[in-house]
Design a protein around this ligand. Structure first.
Ligand code: SF4
Length: 405
């Protein structure tokens, strides 16, 4: 297919595809699916080989959020029966992190529900970062605390944070349909603050909220312009008790097309399969490793993932290898100078990095969740409602039970 040859050539050169090419990936047929995976897999291997980076989530503070993100089980008014607890102490968080690191993770993602941290919250997270770094040499720490105020990114950087996550989640045009308590511009601002402070920016999306193909391409192009080092791709987990509980729009095949599109648009960026991997990719998870070079090990913030041991076996069986602490995740041109450094031109060789000023990133982190008021694209096949695959997290951080790692 000429389209795939063009996209591979561009990906190997770090050249941005056109919007039409990105849309065409999402519109490919099931007959062409393995060709799409193979093509995007060539780009993935060029920049990341067969390495899979493992990340481990520690939910520092769960539920009780005053914001109303429709996709989120922790939102204001959520009826989801999730764990609710306030800030873990540094020792508790460090203990949770250690379990993930022992399981093979090299990055710990410290996430807290809420609109954004107070300065006191930044103090307590800084203490937690120091505790984790003291006890685990070489560990990468990413913070995900919501919208940042001036100076907070710098303070987290000084405390040892390597990265900051704040997702754009969906297109600017539909952002108001999923959240009313903050704006897309707020989110963009926080990603830019993280970048400016020298933190490695992590910003991604949630697919399956009723968005169109155009919305998906919009948000991924906006992410490319923001130049994050890592792009988590969440697939909405329609939690009972949230406004998006009935939004089962994804199929495993569509998830693969979305991941392939993200890989072609952000060829040299750490593309991470985040929440919803098990629920929506199901038996096709191993194929997704040909597209993404990063996953979360074990459980998510408020839902359970498959056993950490199953993640490791899947990686080995699919012919991939877990990235070691001594291996650099990003390609040399992006990694030079450390975890948070970038080439001046940003994500690949793209034009127009400065144009991201009108865009934003979405919410606190690697959430499971998602919705919007717009109707699904006509061409988008609805997936089966697999509520049987959604399990609320009852172990690990905030409980007396051992974590899944
Ligand atoms: S995504 Fe973050 S800010 Fe939005 S409701 Fe959930 S915890 Fe709150």
């Amino acid at each position: 297919m000429d389209l795939l040859k063009t996209l591979v050539d561009k990906g190997l050169r770090r050249e941005q595809p056109t919007r039409e090419e990105a849309l065409a990936v999402l519109a490919t047929s099931d007959d062409d699916l393995l060709d799409v995976v193979a093509a995007a897999g060539r780009v993935r291997r060029q920049w990341f080989g067969r390495r899979v980076k493992l990340n481990y989530l520690v939910n520092l503070k769960s539920g009780l959020c005053p914001e109303d993100c429709s996709y989120c089980s922790q939102r204001l008014g959520s009826k989801a029966d999730i764990l609710k607890y306030t800030w873990l102490k540094p020792g508790q968080a460090s203990e949770a992190a250690a379990a993930g690191l022992a399981g093979g993770a090299k990055r710990v993602c410290l996430v807290a529900s809420g609109r954004g941290p107070t300065d006191r919250d930044v103090d307590r997270v800084s203490e937690t970062i120091r505790a984790i770094k003291d006890q685990n040499e070489g560990v990468e720490v990413c913070a995900c605390l919501g919208l940042l105020s001036d100076g907070q990114a710098e303070r987290l950087r000084e405390a040892g944070a390597d990265a900051y996550n704040h997702n754009l989640n969906t297109s600017e045009a539909t952002y108001g349909d999923i959240t009313s308590t903050h704006t897309y511009a707020d989110r963009v601002d926080t990603v830019q603050k993280a970048h400016a402070a020298g933190l490695s920016a992590c910003s991604g999306l949630i697919a399956g909220m009723g968005e169109t193909d155009e919305d998906l391409v919009d948000v991924v192009f906006s992410l490319r312009a923001l130049d994050p080092d890592s792009v988590p791709v969440n697939f909405l987990i329609p939690f009972e008790g949230t406004p998006l509980a009935t939004e089962w729009n994804l199929t495993p095949q569509r998830c693969l097309r979305i991941l392939a599109m993200v890989r072609f648009v952000c060829p040299d960026v750490e593309v991470r399969i985040a929440g919803g991997r098990e629920v929506h990719l199901r038996a096709l998870q191993p194929l997704a490793l040909h597209l993404a070079n990063s996953i979360f090990l074990g459980d998510y913030l408020t839902s359970e993932g498959q056993a950490g041991k199953a993640d490791l076996e899947m990686i080995a069986d699919a012919g991939f290898e877990v990235e070691g602490a001594d291996q650099v995740t990003l390609p040399e041109h992006r990694a030079a100078g450390g975890c948070g450094s970038h080439e001046a031109a940003g994500c690949g060789s793209h034009e127009g990095a400065a144009s991201c000023a009108s865009e934003e990133a979405g919410g606190c982190g690697s959430h499971e969740g998602g919705v919007c008021g717009s109707a699904p694209a006509a061409a988008q096949a609805a997936g089966d409602a697999r509520t049987d695959l959604v399990a609320v997290r009852r172990r690990g951080a905030g409980t007396d039970l051992a974590p899944n790692a």
